[in-house]
Design a protein around this ligand. Structure first.
Ligand code: DGT
Ligand code: CA
Ligand code: CA
Length: 583
C-alpha cells in the first residue's frame, strides 16, 4: 500500500540507516556492512533534494546516488512506500529500543554499548545506571572509574532533558500528521499549535487542532487520526479529542472544534500558558471573557454573549490588541508592546543575505569551496565567511595553519570565478582554558578578514573564570570579531556555560563584536532570552548555519525562529545586510 501523504523525509530515512548501522555494530557485523549504512545515512543527509521527490520523478536515480547500492535502494523504496523498514524492525526486536537509548548518552558509542551488553547484559538506561552505581562498568576492559563517573553524569543530564524533542524533530512529525489529516474532505481548518507553533527550541508534545465543516464529523476525523501509521498507543479518546503516543515515544494531542471557535482554540492551545493567563485578565478588565471557544461579552446581568472566535486576528482585535505573532507569546513584554503599537518587525529568513560561519571539507565540513559557492549562489546569498576550526594546542583539528594558508590562496583563486558571492576569510579558533588564543602567524593573520572564536572545551570552569576567559579572548586581537555558540549549550546534552553572559554582551556591544545565533537545531545558541538581552544592549548578532553539509542550509530557519523569539529585527542581525563591507 502507498502512504504517499506521510512518506518519510530524508532525515527520517537517514536516522533509520544510522540506527541499523549502530545496531549492526553492536551485533558484531562486518565492518564494511556497518560502514555502508553509516555512509548512506551521511550521504542522504547531504543530498539536498528529497528522496521522495527523486523517487516520484525518476526512481532509477535512487540507485545512482553515492553509496546507495541495490540493497539500500530497495530499503529506501520500502520506507518511501510503507513508512517503515522491516530489517530495522527486526534488529529492534532483537535488541530493543533500549540500546539505542543508551547510544544517545553523551560519550557512548556502539563499541562500549556492545561491551556493556555482552558482558553485563545492559540493554536499557536503568540497567546502565545500576551497573555504573555498582561499579561494574569500571572493571571492564578499557574502562575506569573516571569514565564510569562520566557516564553517571551524562545519564543524569540525559534524564533531565530526554522528555523533550528538538524543534527539528517535532516539525516534520507534525507536518506528517497534518498531511495525513488533510486528505479528509470533511476538514475546513487544520493547524498545529503549542510550543511547536511558538518555535520553541524543544517541544514536549504535539498539539494539533482542526475544525471540520460540520462538527458532526468530529468522530470521523478522530478515527482517521488514529489510523496514522506511526501511532503506538491511544492513551485518551473522546468525542472531540484524542491523545496518542507515537512509535518514537512522542505524544500528540488532537482537538476538534467548531469553525467559529477555531481561532480561539488555536490561540489557547498555542499558548504559552502564561500568555493565556495574561490575555484573560486583560479581557476581564473590559468586561470580556476569553476561553478556548471564543471571546464573550459579560453583560450587566452576568450572562455571556458570544462575540467572535473564528480567527486569532479577530480575537486580538476585539480585545484592543495588535496581533501578537506566536514566537512572541512568552510574556516577555509582548502585551505592552502590542498596546503601544511597538511590536518588533521580526527578522525573516528572506532577510538573510550572508552566512558568517561555514565549514569546508578541509575542516569538519563535507563540501569544498566550489560546492559551497554553488550552493549559496543558488540560494541567492551575497557573501559567506569560510570558517573552519583551527588546530590548537588544546583542541586538535585536522585543519592546521598550513591548511589555512593554502585555503586563503584557494579562496583568492575561486573568488575570481564566483564574482557574485563574496568569500570572507575567517577561521574558528577555540579559546584556550586560560583565555589565550593560538593565533596563526602574522603573515596568515593579516590576510584574514576576521577571526571567530568559540569555547570548544573546558566547559565546566566556575562562573568568574569562564567569564574572564571569554572576555580575555575577545580582547586578544582586533581581528577577533565574532563569537560562535556563545553559551556553548547543547540541547538535551549540555547546560549553557556558567558565565555572566550580560558582561559578554556588553563587551561585544562596546567593541562592535558579533554574537552568533548558531542555527544548528541542537544548539540554537545564543538562546532566545539572551538574544533579547543582546538586542537591548544593541549588540550585533549574526544568524549563521555553521554549515557542514548542504542540507544544513535549511537549518537557518531554526536560527531565524530563535531570533524572532528574542524579538530580533533586521537591524539587529548583521547578515541581513546585503553588503558584506557594511557588517
Ligand atoms: P510543551 O508541549 O511542553 O512543549 O509546551 P506547550 O506550550 O505546547 O504546552 P502543552 O502541550 O501542555 O499545552 C498547549 C497549550 O495549551 C499551552 O501552551 C497553553 C494551553 N494550556 C495548557 N494547559 C493550560 C492551562 O492550565 N491554562 C492555560 N491558560 N492554558 C493552558
Ligand atoms: Ca505541546
Ligand atoms: Ca499538549
Amino acid at each position: 500500500m502507498l502512504y504517499n501523504n506521510y512518506t518519510m523525509d530524508n532525515q527520517q530515512i537517514a536516522t533509520i540507516f544510522e540506527e541499523i548501522g549502530q545496531l549492526l555494530e553492536i551485533d558484531g557485523a562486518n565492518r564494511f556492512r556497518v560502514l555502508a549504512y553509516k555512509n548512506a545515512a551521511e550521504n542522504i543527509r547531504g543530498i539536498g533534494r528529497e528522496l521522495k521527490t527523486i523517487w516520484k520523478e525518476n526512481p532509477d536515480e535512487l540507485g545512482e546516488l553515492p553509496g546507495i547500492g541495490q540493497d539500500l535502494r530497495a530499503k529506501i523504496e520500502e520506507m518511501l512506500s510503507t513508512g517503515s523498514c522491516e530489517f530495522h524492525q527486526k534488529l529492534l526486536k532483537k535488541y530493543g529500543h533500549g540500546l539505542l537509548d543508551i547510544l544517545k548518552i553523551r560519550g557512548l558509542g556502539p563499541k562500549k554499548v556492545a561491551l556493556f551488553y555482552h558482558e553485563l547484559g545492559v540493554d536499557n538506561l536503568e540497567k546502565l545506571k545500576a551497573a555504573a552505581l555498582a561499579h561494574q562498568l569500571s572493571t571492564l576492559p578499557r574502562m575506569g572509574e573516571k569514565s564510569e563517573q562520566e557516564i553517571l553524569i551524562a545519564l543524569d543530564e540525559h534524564s533531565k532533558y530526554s522528555r523533550r524533542m528538538l524543534l527539528s524533530e517535532a516539525l516534520p512529525l507534525a507536518e506528517q500528521i497534518i498531511a495525513h489529516l488533510k486528505s479528509l474532505k470533511e476538514i475546513d481548518q487544520l493547524q498545529y499549535a503549542g510550543s511547536l507553533r511558538r518555535r520553541k527550541e524543544t517541544v514536549g508534545d504535539l498539539d494539533i487542532l482542526t475544525a471540520p465543516k460540520k462538527i458532526e464529523d468530529a468522530d470521523k476525523i478522530i478515527k482517521h487520526f488514529q489510523a496514522f501509521p506511526l501511532i503506538k498507543n491511544i492513551i485518551a479518546n473522546g468525542p472531540t479529542k484524542c491523545s496518542v503516543i507515537m512509535e518514537n515515544g512522542v505524544q500528540a494531542d488532537l482537538r476538534v472544534v467548531e469553525v467559529r471557535s477555531f481561532g480561539a482554540a488555536l490561540h489557547y492551545f498555542t499558548g504559552s500558558k502564561d500568555h493565556n493567563v495574561e490575555i484573560r485578565s486583560l479581557a476581564q478588565k473590559v468586561n470580556k471573557k476569553v476561553n478556548e471557544y471564543g471571546l464573550w461579552q459579560i453583560e450587566k446581568d452576568k450572562s455571556e454573549t458570544f462575540i467572535i472566535g473564528d480567527t486569532e486576528e479577530n480575537m486580538y482585535k476585539a480585545v484592543g490588541l495588535k496581533f501578537i505573532p506566536p514566537t512572541l507569546r512568552e510574556t516577555r513584554g509582548e502585551f505592552e508592546a502590542s498596546i503601544n503599537d511597538e511590536l518588533p518587525a521580526l527578522i525573516e529568513l528572506s532577510d538573510l543575505h550572508g552566512d558568517l560561519n561555514v565549514n569546508t571539507n578541509a575542516g569538519l565540513g563535507q563540501l569544498n569551496i566550489t560546492q559551497l559557492c554553488e550552493l549559496y549562489q543558488k540560494a541567492k546569498f551575497k557573501y559567506i565567511a569560510i570558517a573552519d576550526q583551527l588546530n590548537t594546542s588544546e583542541v586538535p583539528s585536522p585543519f592546521t595553519v598550513e591548511k589555512l594558508s593554502d585555503q586563503l590562496k584557494e579562496i583568492d583563486k575561486l573568488q575570481k570565478q564566483h564574482p557574485h558571492l563574496h568569500l570572507l576569510k575567517s577561521v574558528k579558533i577555540p579559546v584556550n582554558t586560560n583565555g589565550s588564543l593560538d593565533l596563526p602567524p602574522d603573515k596568515v593573520l593579516s590576510e584574514l578578514d576576521f577571526i571567530t572564536i568559540k569555547i570548544a572545551h573546558s566547559f565546566n570552569l566556575p562562573e568568574p573564570k569562564q567569564t574572564a576567559r571569554l572576555l580575555k579572548a575577545l580582547d586578544t586581537h582586533k581581528k577577533v570579531q565574532q563569537i560562535s555558540c556563545p553559551t556553548a549549550r547543547l540541547l538535551n546534552q549540555r547546560e549553557p556555560l556558567a558565565m555572566n553572559i550580560e558582561k559578554i554582551i556588553e563587551h561585544c556591544a562596546k567593541s562592535d563584536q558579533i554574537l552568533e545565533i548558531n542555527s544548528r537545531p541542537d544548539q540554537l545558541d545564543l538562546p532566545d532570552a539572551q538574544i533579547k538581552l543582546a538586542k537591548t544592549h544593541r549588540a550585533k548578532m549574526a544568524i549563521n548555519s555553521d554549515l557542514i553539509n548542504s542540507t544544513d542550509l535549511d537549518n537557518l530557519k531554526y536560527g531565524v525562529w530563535t531570533a524572532q523569539r528574542g524579538w530580533a529585527e533586521k537591524k539587529d542581525i548583521v547578515n541581513s545586510s546585503s553588503n558584506y563591507s557594511s557588517l
